[in-house]
Design a protein around this ligand. Structure first.
Ligand SMILES: Cc1cc2nc3c(=O)[nH]c(=O)nc-3n(C[C@H](O)[C@H](O)[C@H](O)COP(=O)(O)OP(=O)(O)OC[C@H]3O[C@@H](n4cnc5c(N)ncnc54)[C@H](O)[C@@H]3O)c2cc1C
Length: 479
C-alpha cells in the first residue's frame, strides 16, 4: 500500500497536467495508467526502449516533453510515484464521507504484478480516464479489416503499424481527417473519407470556430495534406455495407450511400475495393471509475454520458475531481487545461491563485464552445438504424443480432437499455458494452431523441473496472 496526497488515474494530457500542477504545489501524487508509457491516446508513441521518439507527427509534442521532464524531476525528489502498466479496478472510500480513497490496482496486460502496490491511499482523487471509439454497427462490420478510426490511429502512433493498404475512413467529425492523413502519409491509399454530415453545418457555429484559430490552422493543414494525397472528402455519404473478399474472411469492398440530414439513405453512391475500413462516430468517455465512486453523470450535446463537474473540476462527490474526455469529449488542449485546473484545485491552491484559475476557466469555456460546435455540426445521424439488415450482429462479444434485439423490444417489452441487455445479453460479453453499448442504448430508445442518460448508465457502470484474478479478490477479503 502506498499513501499519497492525491491519486491521479490516467496519464494522458489531462492526467499529466493534473499531476504536474499538484506536485508543483507541494503535494505528493501517485500517477496510475494502464499503458506502459505516459501520453494517453493523444501522445501515444512507440516504445521508448527503442529510442526516444522525436514526436514526428504529434501535435504539441514539446508540451508533452515538458510535462514529462517536470514529472521525472518530481519523481526523483520523491514527490511522485509513477505506476505505469497498472489498471485501477475499483475505488472505495473510508468509513466517512471525508475519509481517504483506496484505489485498487491490478497489472494491465503485459504489466508485472510484483512491480506495483496492491492499492494507493489518497486524500483526493483526480480521474482522467479518457475515452474510446464510439461505434455503430453496419452490415459486415464484424469482418476482420473493420476497425475503429481511433484504433487505426493508435496502431500507427504506437508502433507505426499500417492496418491496411487500401482504406476508407467513414463516420463523422474532424477526427476522420488526421486518421486519413496519417494512413496516407504512411503509404496507404485512402479511397475516400465518408462524412455523414454536411460541412455547411459549421456555418451556424462561426463565433465558436473563430475564437479557436489554432483549430482552424490544424484543419487547414489536414485539408492541404489530403489534397496532396488526392483523398476525396465525400460529405453526406456513409458506408452502408461491407462485403467480404473472395476468401470470405476479410474485408473486400464497401458500399456507399448518399444520406439526408437525418441519415436516411437517399441513393446508392457506388462502391470501392478496400482491405481496411476505419469507422469513427466520435468517442465515448470511460465512466466506470466515475460511476464506481457514485459521482453524478449527465448527457452531453454529442449524446455521450459524461461526468458532471463544477468550475473547479469537482465532481458531485467530495474529494473527487474529473478532467479530460470524461467530462465531455473535447480534445487534448481542453484536457490539458481541465487537468491543470483539477491539479490546482485538488492541491488546495485555487484560492491562492485566482488569476491562473480564471485564465484556465476562460480557456476551458472557449475550447468547450468549440467542442460543442463540432458535436452539433457532426451528430450521429438518428436514422443509422435503417442501415442495418436482418443479419447484422450488434453485440459482437455475445453475437446478438438485430432481430433478437428487435424481438425483445417488441415481444418482451424491453424498451430500455437495461432490459434489453438482460433479456438478450447484448453488452454482457468481454468488452462489457464498450463497443455496442451506445448502439444498443439507441436501439432501446428507438426515437429521434436518442438514448437517455439512464440507458447509457446501464452500459457505463462496471463494478469491476478491469479484469482481476480470483487470487486478487481473495487477498482483498483478508483486509
Ligand atoms: C483510440 C483513440 C485514439 C485517439 N487518437 C487521437 C489523435 O490521434 N489525435 C487527437 O487529437 N485525438 C485523439 N484521440 C482523442 C484523444 O483521446 C483526446 O483528445 C485526448 O487524448 C484526451 O486526453 P485525456 O487525458 O482525457 O484522455 P486519454 O489521452 O485517453 O488518457 C486517458 C488515460 O487513462 C488511462 N486509463 C483509463 N482507465 C484506466 C484505468 N481504469 N486504470 C488505469 N488507467 C486508466 C488510459 O490508459 C489512458 O492512458 C483519440 C482517442 C482514442 C480513443
Amino acid at each position: 500500500m502506498v499513501t499519497v496526497d492525491i491519486a491521479v488515474v490516467g496519464a494522458g494530457p489531462a492526467g499529466l497536467a493534473a499531476a504536474a500542477a499538484a506536485v508543483g504545489r507541494g503535494r505528493t501524487v501517485a500517477l496510475i495508467d494502464a499503458a506502459a508509457q505516459p501520453g494517453g491516446q493523444f501522445w501515444r508513441h512507440p516504445p521508448e526502449r527503442l529510442g526516444r521518439p522525436d514526436g514526428g507527427g504529434h501535435h504539441l509534442w514539446s508540451r508533452f516533453t515538458a510535462l514529462r521532464s517536470e514529472l521525472s524531476a518530481a519523481s526523483e525528489r520523491g514527490a511522485l510515484i509513477r505506476l505505469p502498466a497498472t489498471q485501477v479496478w475499483f475505488i472505495e472510500r473510508g468509513a466517512t464521507a471525508t475519509g481517504r480513497w483506496t484505489v485498487h490496482l491490478t497489472a494491465s496486460a503485459g504489466g508485472r504484478r510484483a512491480e506495483h502496490p496492491e492499492a494507493v491511499k489518497a486524500r483526493a482523487l483526480i480521474l482522467c480516464p479518457g475515452g474510446y471509439d464510439r461505434q455503430l454497427p453496419i452490415p459486415g462490420w464484424d469482418l476482420p479489416g473493420v476497425m475503429g478510426a481511433g484504433g487505426v490511429q493508435a496502431l500507427l502512433k504506437g508502433s507505426g503499424t499500417l492496418a491496411g493498404r487500401r482504406a476508407v475512413v467513414g463516420g463523422t467529425g474532424p477526427f476522420l481527417l488526421p486518421v486519413a492523413r496519417h494512413l496516407a502519409d504512411a503509404g496507404a491509399t485512402v479511397v475516400a473519407i465518408c462524412e455523414a454530415n454536411a460541412v455547411s453545418a459549421w456555418a451556424r457555429h462561426l463565433p465558436a470556430v473563430l475564437r479557436n484559430p489554432s483549430k482552424i490552422a490544424e484543419g487547414a493543414g489536414y485539408a492541404t495534406a489530403l489534397t496532396r494525397h488526392r483523398v476525396p472528402y465525400r460529405t453526406r455519404t456513409v458506408v452502408t455495407g461491407i462485403d467480404a473478399d473472395t476468401s470470405g474472411s476479410a474485408v473486400g469492398a464497401v458500399r456507399f450511400g448518399h444520406v439526408d440530414g437525418t441519415g436516411n439513405v437517399l441513393a446508392p453512391a457506388g462502391h470501392a475495393e478496400v482491405d481496411l475500413v476505419a469507422l469513427g462516430w466520435g468517442f465515448t468517455p470511460s465512466l466506470e471509475l466515475v460511476t464506481a465512486i457514485g459521482a453524478d453523470t449527465c448527457i452531453d450535446v454529442d449524446r455521450s454520458l459524461v461526468a458532471v463537474v463544477d468550475a473547479l473540476q469537482r465532481s458531485s462527490v467530495r474529494g473527487a475531481y474529473v478532467a479530460g474526455e470524461a467530462t465531455g469529449v473535447g480534445g487534448a488542449l481542453l484536457a490539458l487545461d481541465e487537468g491543470e485546473l483539477a491539479g490546482i484545485a485538488a492541491a488546495g491552491a485555487a484560492l491562492a491563485e485566482p488569476s491562473q484559475v480564471r485564465r484556465l476557466q476562460r480557456a476551458i469555456r472557449r475550447r468547450r464552445a468549440f467542442a460543442t460546435a463540432i458535436h452539433r455540426a457532426h451528430p450521429v445521424p438518428p436514422s443509422w438504424q435503417r442501415w442495418l439488415d436482418a443479419d447484422t450482429i450488434v453485440c459482437r462479444c455475445e453475437e446478438v443480432g438485430l432481430p433478437v434485439l428487435t424481438r425483445a423490444r417488441a415481444d418482451l417489452g424491453a424498451d430500455d437499455a437495461r432490459s434489453l441487455k438482460l433479456t438478450t445479453r447484448a453488452g454482457m460479453g468481454w468488452c462489457q458494452g464498450r463497443i455496442c453499448g451506445y448502439a444498443v442504448a439507441d436501439l432501446a430508445a428507438a426515437d429521434e431523441d436518442g438514448p437517455s442518460a439512464d440507458d447509457l448508465r446501464a452500459f457505463a457502470k462496471r463494478p469491476l473496472c478491469a479484469p482481476v484474478s480470483l487470487a486478487e479478490l481473495a487477498r482483498e477479503a483478508d483486509g
